[in-house]
Design a protein around this ligand. Sequence first.
Ligand code: AMP
Length: 590
Amino acid sequence: MDNNKPCYKINDALQELEMLAVNAKEAQQLILTKILERNQASEYLRKFMNGSTNISTFMRNVPVVTYDVVQPYIARISSGEDSSILCGERIVELLRSSGTSRGEPRLMPAISEDLDRRTYLYSLLMPIMNKYVSGLDEGKAMYLLFVKAETLTSSGIPVRSVLTSYYKSPHFLHRKHDLYNNYTSPDEVILCPDSQQSMYCQLLCGLVERQHVLRLGAVFASAFLRSISFLERYWCDLVNDIRLGKLNSSVTDTACRLAMVHFLALPNPELADELEEICSCGPWRGILGRLWPNVKYIEAVLTGTMAQYIPMLEFYSGARIPLVCTMYASSESYFGVNLRPLCKPTDVSYTILPNMAYFEFIPLEDGLRVTEDDEVVENDKLVNLVDVKVGCYYELVVTTFSGLYRYRVGDVLLVTGFYNCAPQFKFICRRNVILSIDSDKTNEEDLHNSVTRAKKILEDRNYILLEYTSYTDTSTVPGHYVLFWEIKSTSEGVTPLDAELLESCCISVEESLDYIYRRCRAHDKSVGPLEIRLVEAGAFDALMDLLVSQGSSINQYKTPRCIESGLALKLLNSKVIASFFSPRDPEWTM
Ligand code: AMP
């Protein structure tokens, strides 16, 4: 056996996972006991537990909460109060989640050992993949990984995204290099705060190493596709750099430039010619396999809202490269892994790791009817991890070491089976979200509030908005929100609708969407300008006729505030008389 191959590690990891799954119940009990012991003195827990560490007291007294309950504690810690109001350990960073509360990002507390838990989950991914795909130790991975800008609270606690936290941590930067974690992107390039420069350099490294690349990926499919469309736009520059052995002057980040020296040591006209031929030749269907001929799979989250990107990925991969979803995680806690990574993205289930946090579940009794944020969830309704039932839907609730107690994550999951005693879940949706392109998540209420604000502009000009619905258009890169509007004039002789008026409605909607949406638009550029498609009179009546003919009840008919695809979309598109886009980025400050 080749001594370089860390097989022993792989077997250890899988065996440990097996043990965890067999002992899921005990692992969960142990986690909760430890959390209660360590955090018993926190102001939050004392309020409900009175200093007790008893599990049944926890079950009885600690309420199920949403972010609004946690937020005041986070605000106090941000402004300098001691972490002990929430947890027994020091809160070392606040993780900016993509969920928002009243338009502001949610901040999740994290303690230093959380990094060990995240690292543990990552350490399982290659052993699992290795079971199904051989030879992964014989080449490299081109993973497009990015960090986001971070800030400090007034008391000096870093506020960053969970992935930024991980990529900047010693756990990632000082990782043991073995043949299974050989990435084409140098760490300096991943850590570049300018995502355009980072993307440019990461693609350049991947192209230089194209014959060695065995895996492609990014954390979310949206980021991977953005990188591919970036490549479509800038391949001439990239090829030119390779031809000349010289990095484009638009890359100004010193650390990036230094890290790239090694990749562009000499001019390489042969490689440049090969790439030029591939990139300039016809449509890009199947381009990924031509650029990276040895690639064995593409890894990215493709479940939940990311499923909308499957067709685009299949286009670029020519539907011949397996699409792999490996893990399910959040800023609150990491959750689980996919033990059958080669299954179709639509069939993915994640096995929850019982050592990540203490997990409970709110059963969704009326099918998918979720409990509203402000509805009280009775404690005795909650179901433990090992007691969930196959075929049932649940909303996920976590209790963490870092100070979240019975916190509603907001994800709706369906139990598909068990791996030993650890349940496996299909990710169904995020509670209430109707529009999402990247990390933005807009729910019906957010959309309604934004539209209500914007329609005042119409009313000032004697028009009313009769009906609206929305749609995420991911056929453009980046994708963008589309609103279908049916407008009617309220008096005779009004001035005709003009582009300026509707463009101001577009930007008004965007200005009142939440912080994350505005960041994606104005800073990350991962969401394109919002579009209003004006539809002819009677379009929404026709929509109603269609949906009623498909089985909706006339009595209970409500205009869907979002349409996904199919006939309804086709119908509305056929009634479009004009379309308008936001003329500028919405305001966003970090
Ligand atoms: P954040 O807190 O910003 O990291 O976002 C975490 C949320 O992203 C989760 O609660 C899910 O809603 C979503 N998410 C993360 N991983 C997956 C996955 N594998 N499949 C579907 N949705 C996911």
